[in-house]
Ligand binder design. Structure first.
Ligand SMILES: Cc1ncc(COP(=O)(O)O)c(C=O)c1O
Length: 418
C-alpha cells in the first residue's frame, strides 16, 4: 500500500508537465538541435580565473566559500551595473542597488511571478513564448493571455488589443507583459526599435509592468536596438533580466535591474528560496566581467555566427519551400513553421526524426497548458490554442558539419509532410 502522501502531493504536480526541453536533453542522437546550451565557452579564460581564485583563497577564502548577501556581492553588482549602463544605456537611479543577483535568470523569472501574482492575474506574452516563463505563470495561479507574433516577434497592436480585451472580458488590466526582445527563445526574433518604443508607451499608459528578458543580449552578430529598459529612466516600469549563462558560463548566475517595489519583496523571497547565490561563482564571474569578457566574447560570437549561417543556408536548401523560417541576428535559435497546419511536430519527432537520429524541440512546448489567447484578427478572446506545426532548431551546440548533415536529413524527411 502506498503511504497517503503519494496521493496527496501539491495539486500542481498533477497538471504541470515535465519540461519538454529537460526531457529531450536525455535524447541521445547524432544530430541534436534540441536544448539551448552554449556550445562555445571561454575555457582557457576560466582556467586562468580559477587559478587566480585558488591563489587568493589563502587571503579571502573565508568569504569566498561562505554565505554572502542575499542580493549579491556589492563588487559584482558594481561591475555589472557599469557594463549595463555603458553598453546598453540603462539608467540606474540608485546605482548598483538597483541590481539583484539571482541563481540563474530562471530563478528571477519564477521569483518575479511569485512576488507579483494574485489568483487569475493576467500576464500577456507572445505565442509561442519561453516555456521557463509560460509554465510558472500557470503553476502560480496566473492567467496566460497570448498574442500572435510575426517575423519580428511581439506585435504592439495585438498587445494593445489584448489589454482592452482583458479589461473588457476578463475584468482585469493585465499585471505584466513578458517579452524576450533580443533573439527570442523560441523564435529567434529581435524586436525593432519602433516596437520597443510602442511597447514602452503602452505599459506606461496602462500602468503595467514589462518583464524584459534579455538573456541573449550579448550574443549578437549585428548591432541591435537598445533594450526597452533604456526608456525606463526612473526604473519604474521594466524589470530587466539578464544572465551570464549564454555570454560567460553556466555558473547559475542571473542579474536583473528591478524597480524598487519589486526589488524589496524579491530579496525577501530569495531569502527563503536559496539564502544567496554561490559566493564562489559570483567571484569567478566578477573577474570575467571586469577583465575578460570583451577580449573573449568576440571569438565565441564568430563560432555562433558560423553555425547560424550554416543552419540558414541548409534550411533554405533542404526544407520544404512553402514553410517559413525566422531570420535570427543573434542568440541560439531558428524557428521553422510548416505551411501544413495539420503537421504535428511532436508526433513527427517521436515517429520519424528521433528514429532517424535527429532531435529538435516541437513548437507545442512553448504554448501554455491553460489560459487565453487573442485571435489573429484581434476580434475575439479564445481558450488557449496550441499550434502544432512549428519547431525550434538550436544551432548553438553543434558544429557546422553536424548542422549541414542534420539539416539535410531533417529537410528530406519534412519534404514528405509538406
Ligand atoms: C529566454 C530565456 N530566459 C531565461 C533563461 C534561463 O537562463 P538561466 O537560468 O541559465 O540564467 C533561458 C535559458 O535558456 C532563456 O532562453
Amino acid at each position: 500500500m502506498n503511504p497517503p502522501y503519494y496521493e496527496q502531493l501539491a495539486e500542481w504536480t498533477e497538471f504541470v508537465p515535465e519540461s519538454e526541453i529537460r526531457r529531450l536533453l536525455l535524447t541521445n542522437v547524432k544530430y541534436y538541435f534540441g536544448g539551448g546550451k552554449p556550445g562555445s565557452l571561454p575555457i582557457e579564460t576560466f582556467k586562468k580565473i580559477l587559478y587566480q581564485i585558488a591563489d587568493e583563497l589563502d587571503i579571502d577564502g573565508i568569504d569566498t566559500l561562505n554565505y554572502g548577501p542575499t542580493s549579491g556581492l556589492a563588487s559584482l553588482k558594481e561591475t555589472l551595473g557599469k557594463r549595463i549602463r555603458e553598453k546598453d544605456g540603462v539608467n540606474l537611479p540608485k546605482g548598483s542597488d538597483d541590481i539583484l543577483i539571482s541563481t540563474g535568470s530562471q530563478q528571477m523569472l519564477y521569483g518575479i511571478l511569485d512576488v507579483l501574482l494574485r489568483p487569475k492575474d493576467v500576464i500577456i506574452m507572445a505565442r509561442p513564448s519561453y516555456l521557463g516563463f509560460v509554465v510558472p505563470v500557470t503553476k502560480l495561479g496566473g492567467d496566460v493571455l497570448t498574442v500572435p507574433t510575426d517575423i519580428d516577434g511581439l506585435i504592439p497592436e495585438h498587445v494593445e488589443k489584448a489589454i482592452e480585451i482583458s479589461q473588457r472580458e476578463l475584468n482585469r488590466t493585465p499585471k505584466a507583459i513578458y517579452v524576450v526582445s533580443d533573439s527570442d527563445n523560441p523564435k529567434g526574433t529581435t524586436l525593432p526599435e519602433k516596437r520597443r518604443k510602442k511597447l514602452f508607451e503602452l505599459i506606461t499608459q496602462h500602468e503595467i509592468l514589462l518583464i524584459e528578458d534579455s538573456a541573449y543580449r550579448e550574443i549578437q552578430f549585428t548591432e541591435i536596438p537598445p533594450p526597452i529598459k533604456k526608456y525606463d529612466l526612473e526604473n519604474k516600469w521594466v524589470a530587466y533580466l539578464r544572465t551570464s549563462s549564454k555570454e560567460a558560463a553556466v555558473l547559475r548566475l542571473g542579474y536583473s535591474v528591478l524597480p524598487e517595489e519589486i526589488m524589496v519583496p524579491m530579496i525577501k523571497d530569495k531569502g527563503y528560496l536559496d539564502l544567496c547565490t554561490s559566493s564562489l561563482n559570483q567571484k569567478i564571474l566578477e573577474i570575467y566581467y571586469s577583465k575578460y569578457i570583451d577580449q573573449v566574447l568576440g571569438d565565441n560570437l564568430k563560432i555562433y555566427e558560423e553555425r547560424r549561417d550554416m543552419m540558414q543556408k541548409t534550411i533554405d536548401e533542404h526544407f520544404p519551400s512553402n514553410g517559413q523560417r525566422t531570420q535570427p541576428t543573434g542568440g541560439f535559435f531558428f524557428w521553422f513553421q510548416m505551411e501544413n497546419e495539420g503537421f504535428d511536430s511532436s508526433k513527427f519527432l517521436q515517429d520519424v526524426a528521433i528514429p532517424n537520429d535527429v532531435c529538435y524541440v516541437p513548437g507545442q512546448a512553448f504554448y501554455p497548458i491553460k489560459g487565453h489567447s487573442i485571435s489573429k484578427d484581434d476580434s475575439e478572446l479564445h481558450g488557449n490554442r496550441i499550434k502544432t506545426n512549428g519547431m525550434r532548431l538550436s544551432f548553438s551546440f553543434t558544429t557546422p558539419q553536424i548542422i549541414e548533415d542534420g539539416m539535410e536529413r531533417l529537410g528530406k524527411l519534412l519534404q514528405d509532410e509538406a
